[in-house]
Every structure is written in structure tokens, then in C-alpha cells.
Design a protein around this ligand. Sequence first.
Ligand SMILES: [Zn+2]
Length: 460
Amino acid sequence: MPPETSPAACDLILSGGTILTLDDADTVFADGAIAVRRRDIVAIGPRETVEAAWTAARRVDCTGRLLMPGLVNVHNHTPLMITRGMIEDIGFAPMFTPGIPQGHRLSEEEASLLARLGVYEMLRNGCTTLVDFYRYPQALARAHAELGSRAVIAGRVHDADPEELTRRRYVYNPGLARETIAENADLIAAFDGFDAGRIRCDWAPHAPDTCSDACLREVAELARWHGGNIHTHLCQSGIEVEQVHARSGRTPPQALEDAGLLDPRLIAAHCIHIDPEDYVRLGAAGIALAYTPIGNAKTGRIAPVLDLAESGVAVTLCTDTFSGDLFEAMRWAVAMQRVKRDGQSVLDARTALRWATQAGAERLGLGDKIGALTAGRRADILIMDTDAPGLAPVIDGYGILVWSANGGHVRSVIVDGRMVIEDGRLTTADGPALVREAQKVAERLWTTAGRNPVSRRVGA
Ligand SMILES: [Zn+2]
């Protein structure tokens, strides 16, 4: 008989439930358990085995629940929550749309209150890792630091004058490049690596049309020195393609290539208005697409995701600040590509889940830390509400999550070993108060923009 060893101590055991690890072997534990010590998963496996080896300060009964990795949402701008529910029927991108509250007119306090709404919403919907870039990036970083999400933050670097953009005119101002680059440098100094790396900072040139070639080259140089990813918008609109062509006779991917930005660190959202010759260019460079299926569809477009993937582009998934529900985005992603390929797409639920977890993690350089549930990774875990009628039946586990689940089915969320949503309630701040504060900011800003919020109307 081997000598009896006493159980090792950990902080938290999630006991019971079906665990979808989403690891490379698609391991599932039907009656499993996860032991968490500090920020990490220290054991995962059959419940009896884990509970015999580990004793925890806290044990959460997950019997009957479905457990899965937290979702990775690779492209967002949380203060743009201000435009949600309005921009979809007014214009295609807030920066180009007159008559809406513009980001460059927000105060830092307003950006901060809106960012907290966005972070809260995405955490509540099961997104544990968020890429978030906008003006006042330190306000964004503070929101993520406070509310408990894992985040990659950047400022929005550009030198096109935003007031002129709403008139569809491009006026490049070197002072704006200096200002937005300095904002990002200050962000990196203040927050890069915060809380044992829970918050990381990157660079994000806004787009090939809103950044001049000089601005793109400068960011490429700074990003090369800094490391990490580069986040941008690419081939989002016909206007962008026309502007870059008018400026230099090139396509937007060529402009990024010439600036030294086209490499595997690049995560580019949209890629809709793209020349087929550029599929190969992007694939050969090994960039990643931040696929935005719902945002693209709202402008009447479907990105050629499978063509890009077949050329070697990696696919990751995002909501880009519309609804922060990545479950919804997974189902749109597959459905829209089936429309695009006239029903011939080979995509399935497991592929969409991979895009929303492991693929995003890998492209952010976090593939060994998050994206799947295995011992040694950070504890970013969702506990799904299997009492909800929309989450039944669970048969292969993947189909129900992609084709029926929504963010409201997320019951509890653990990030970096910390329970940040527990039984639907935010534990790190007063969730309903965050919503009320953001509502007040939004009403004020939309009123200034000439709209009359419904809550202020009297009678008919
Ligand atoms: Zn965006």
C-alpha cells in the first residue's frame, strides 16, 4: 500500500458538474472538479480524484452545471457603449457618423463611466478576456482593474481629424498623432503588467485611412520595441479603401505592409472590403482576423472569413461593442459563413467555440495561460446555468452552447481565480449602479447631440 498523503491546500474547489475543458483532446469530465490555488488551476479531473487530493478554503457545489473556459473577445471599445441601440440604424461606424456623441468629445470621467458599463456587460456575458482600445485608455484600464476582467488595453492612435471625418473629409494633423501616441506611452508606463499580468497594454493604430503613412510607420516602430500585439481596423469600409488608394495608389493591406505592420502580431477587425489578391498577402503575413459577424451584418456585409482562413489568416472572434454577448456572435459567425458559401461551409459549433476561446488566447500570446481548462493555466472559468430552459438538452455539449445559449445563461464567472460574477451578481462593484450611471451619461450626451431620450419625454 502506498503511504497515505494528506490533501494539499487550495483556495477554491468547483465540485461536480460537466466540465468541457476545450483542450486539444476535447477532454470532458462528466462528474468533474477543478481545484484553484491563487490565480491558477492546480488540478482538474474526476470529482473523487480531485477532492481526495485537495482541500479548499471554499467549495462551490456545481452539481448539474456545465463548466467551460471563459470567452476571449478580441476587439472592443467599451466607451462606445454610448452609441449602442442607435448607431445600428444611423451610420456604419461612430467615427464617421454625424449627429452622435463622438469619442473625442467625451470627458475622461464620461469615458470611465461608459467603460465600466461595457466591462460589466461583457463579464456578465462570460467574456473573461477583453481587448479594449479607445481614447482615455487609462480610464479603460482602471475599469478592467477594478471590475476584475483580464484585459489587453490600448489607446486609439490616429492623426486624421475626427471632426472632419464626420464630414467624410480626411485632414491629417501631426499634433493628433503626437497626442494619441503619448497617451498610449503613458498607458503602458502606468498599467502594462498590472496585477501579475492580468492587465497588459498594446498598440492600436485605428485604421489605414485614419492614420497617415507616417503615423503608421511610427506606431510600427514603437510596437516593435514594445512587443505584444497590434490591434487595428482593416478594410472596414469602401471609404477606407478609396482614401488609401487616393493617398498612395495602394490597398489598405499594402499600406500596412509598407509601414511594417503586417505580421503575426497584427489582429485586424473586419476585413470586409478586401481585394482577393490581398487574401494571400494577409495569409502569408500570418495575421489574425478579429471576426465581427454581427457588426458586419448590420452594415449589410459578410467578411470572406473562409477565404482568408484558407489563405492562412487565423480567425478570432469579437463583438466590437455592439452587444457584448459572444455566444450570440458564435452563432452568427457560423450562420453568416453558411450564407456566404451558399450552405457549403464546413464550419460547426466546435469551430466557433475554438475561435471564441483557444484561438483568441493563442493570438494574444496567452495560449498556454487561458482558452482551455487544464492544470497550470489561469483559472478563467464559466459556470453555466443549466436550470435555464434554453440550455437543454446538453448532448455533445458544444452544439447547445453555440446554437442556443446566450450570455444570460452564464451563472458565475471566475477570472484569475477570483469569482467576479456570482449567481449573476457582480462581486467587484455595484452592478446596477454602474448601469444607472452610464444611462445618465448617455442621456446627457445624446441630448447634447440633439436627441430626446425616451425617459425624458412627457406624454405622447
Ligand atoms: Zn472596432
